[in-house]
Design a protein around this ligand. Structure first.
Ligand code: UDP
Ligand code: MG
Length: 317
């Protein structure tokens, strides 16, 4: 039996991009249905992540075309939460979910590859970009360094994979079991397991509008990725603590010896430097630990990750 596919797309102030994206996806969906690759009731689900522009208006208009549906969040919750909200809503209706961005940076040609892997029995298929030529040098460099750092911290993550992926109903239901509030889907999805594979694609440039991920959000997302997936930084601090303690013991021995010999060392600079170095290090360490305590604080509150205001599918209009 053909599987019903829902393509979930988080949208934040995407009024410029949406008409272009919708047109491209409408064609794609039509072709997929005509070729008998997906169920005719398959849809594209736009998730309005509390946009301030005409995004939701456009989505409701698109809804008159059978291939389109939409969900509106009660406020802006960020890309990861919007994506999860869409996936959890779509899973009520769909057998397969593909998540992608609204800006067509993810090549929709890769969808055929996803479906082929699905036919081979994969529950999760990751879209991996073959090169980062189109990115700025800065973004490419920082992204690569970041992925390396994550894997060194023991976070299992697919290199060069953004949130463009196919997941079966089974995989999404398993993902729903992860109750954490601090969401880093790229790190979480691999923990679901099952048979997985990758499909490579060339990532395009954003075709209209601006990036909704300014540097500040990007840094926040990067820190989230580490602190929600790994406790290595805390261990690292403990290690540094030991190291500094050891060094201080060695220094103490040295000073005792010089004192015994009778050389009174002025030593003022040594003391001042150590005060600053240790003080700085302590503050940094407390900061990192605080970061984790903040996470625990948010997790214990167990606040909803998103609130859905309207689900066009449910309203059935
Ligand atoms: N996005 C969102 N909520 C936000 C920020 C972004 O839903 O608070 C969506 C955005 O509409 C887009 C996707 O997340 O579909 C990726 O954002 P963008 O393309 O701006 O990021 P970049 O590709 O520049 O990293
Ligand atoms: Mg983008």
């Amino acid at each position: 039996m053909l599987e019903k596919l829902y393509i979930v797309i988080p949208c934040y102030n995407e009024e410029e991009m949406l008409p272009i994206t919708a047109k491209a996806l409408l064609e794609k969906m039509q072709t997929l249905v005509d070729e008998g690759k997906v169920h005719p009731d398959s849809k594209v689900m736009f998730v309005d992540d509390g946009s301030k522009d005409k995004t939701w208006e456009i989505i409701t208009k698109l809804h008159s075309i059978p291939f389109f549906t939409g969900v509106k969040l009660s406020r802006n919750k960020g890309h990861q939460n919007a994506l999860l909200a869409g996936m959890m809503t779509a899973i009520q209706y769909a057998d397969l979910i593909i998540s992608m961005d609204a800006d067509l940076q993810d090549d929709i040609g890769a969808i055929d590859g996803f479906l082929e892997k699905r036919a081979e029995g994969c529950e999760i298929v990751y879209g991996v970009r073959s090169s980062r030529e189109k990115d700025t040098k800065f973004k490419r460099g920082t992204a690569q360094g970041y992925y390396k750092m994550l894997s060194r911290m023991g976070v299992e993550i697919t290199y060069n994979h953004a949130d463009y992926r196919l997941m079966s109903k089974r995989a999404v239901e398993a993902l729903a079991e992860f109750k954490e509030v601090n969401l880093f889907l790229r790190g979480l999805v691999p923990m679901v397991g099952f048979k997985t594979d990758i499909v490579t694609y060339v990532r395009n440039e954003r075709q209209a509008g601006e990036s909704k991920y300014p540097l500040k959000k990007m840094i926040g997302f990067a820190i989230e990725g580490i602190t929600s997936m790994s406790i290595k930084p805390i261990r690292f601090i403990t290690f540094i603590g030991f190291l500094i303690f050891f060094v201080s013991i060695v220094l103490l021995v040295k000073f005792l010896i010089t004192w015994a010999i009778g050389n009174t060392v002025p030593g003022w600079s040594t003391i001042v430097i150590s005060i600053w170095a240790i003080g700085g290090l302590q503050l940094l360490s407390i900061g990192v630990i605080g970061e984790y305590i903040g996470k625990i604080y948010l997790e214990t509150k167990a606040r909803p990750k998103y609130i859905i205001e309207t689900d066009l599918e449910e309203k059935g209009d």
